[in-house]
Design a protein around this ligand. Structure first.
Ligand code: TXA
Ligand code: MG
Length: 325
């Protein structure tokens, strides 16, 4: 159900859920300071309660309401990339609810770069916790229609059009001493972050006796970001085409996603330009559309294993994990 900005603000203030647009993916938002509202997120998504949520804030000045420290490393990153597709994980203030922290001692914060999301934060005067607006383990939504298809047509949605970045934010954990770790790759790359911080990410495990425990890595579920259809991933076009022929000889249907020009398989095929930002923007929309065709298999061509493709490869590998049989 599409609602206006004013309706969205008043629902949030009443402790109700609203799906909101961001530049990455749509989020399922609730007042981050209201535990009863937060509980509705977990039940709507069917998400385990120990998964912490990202709090979306309107500007850098809000960090002090949630984090106990704002190390120089994090200040540099916030100044460089907010509003934008970067989430910072910082030590939390002790008063911050365990529900939003998922029991962790840290809090995840982000200023989203979407005019409607920012207008909503301003109008409601709230900070909102928002995981991606999909059922747990399903594909993230990048349009209002994806949200309604996944969570039902009665879910209130603030329609802000198709998301421009298309995959979830990069998540960086920053310790009180300013060392940092990239926990989830996104379109802001490890190299972008190193450049701004002026120091590489802390490598864990160099000295196993002294190394800090590995931080809980987000999105590490086997079936995270998955379409319903079984997916098979291919490093080269020729083996994808061969697989499509074998499937069809055995009476099974397939649909394919390939990147860049060249030969195509003889089944429903989407071709994306082989440019990382373009593939990211269209990735989930394409997977949603191919999934809706209900083929027996989705055949996906993987991009090369180079740094610029890290985030897209991460999402595709997770989507394909264990379903490739
Ligand atoms: O782009 C995005 O980040 C989107 C939009 C809506 O902002 N949000 C998003 O939220 O992807 P979600 O909940 O689907 O993914 C956030 C990930 C989860 O895997 C969660 O476990 C992790 O971030 N996370 C949140 N707080 C954390 C914390 N304090 N420590 C470690 N991981 C954390
Ligand atoms: Mg998610």
């Amino acid at each position: 159900m599409r609602i206006s900005l004013e309706q969205a603000a008043s629902k949030l203030k009443q402790g109700e859920l609203v799906a909101i647009p961001t530049e990455t993916v749509y989020g399922l938002a609730a007042d981050a300071s209201n535990d009863l509202a937060l509980a509705k997120i977990f039940s709507a998504k069917q998400r385990p309660a120990d998964h912490p949520l990202i709090v979306h804030i309107s500007d850098m000045a809000q960090v002090q309401n949630w984090a106990s420290v704002f190390p120089d490393t994090a200040v540099k990153l916030a100044k460089a990339f907010w509003p934008g597709p970067l989430t910072l994980i910082l030590p939390a203030q002790t008063h911050v609810s365990k529900v939003v922290r998922g029991g962790e001692s840290t809090i995840a914060l982000r200023v989203p770069n979407h005019p409607l999301a920012l207008a909503l934060l301003k109008l409601s005067q709230l900070s909102v916790a928002a995981p991606s607006a999909n059922l747990f383990t399903q594909l993230s939504p990048t349009t209002a229609a994806h949200v309604e298809a996944g969570l039902g047509s009665s879910m209130p949605v603030l329609d802000g059009g198709a998301c421009q970045v298309g995959i979830e934010s990069s998540i960086v954990s920053v310790s009180a001493d300013g060392t940092w770790n990239l926990l989830r790759p996104g379109m802001i790359s490890e190299a972008d972050i190193s450049r701004v911080v002026g120091q590489p990410q802390q490598t864990l495990g160099n000295n196993s006796a002294l190394a800090a425990p590995t931080p809980k890595a987000p999105g590490q579920h086997d079936l995270h970001y998955s379409p319903r259809t079984a997916m098979a991933l291919f490093k080269d076009r020729a083996s994808l085409i061969l697989a499509s022929e074998h499937l069809q000889q055995s009476g099974l249907s397939c649909a394919a996603l390939i990147m860049g020009p060249g030969a195509q398989p003889d089944c429903h095929t989407v071709v994306l330009n082989s440019v990382p930002a373009e593939v990211a923007e269209k990735l989930y929309g394409t997977l949603h559309a191919l999934d809706d065709l209900k083929p027996d298999r989705l055949l996906i061509e993987l991009p090369p294993e180079t740094a610029e493709w890290t985030a897209v490869l991460d999402r595709l590998t997770r989507a394909g994990h264990t379903k490739d049989s």
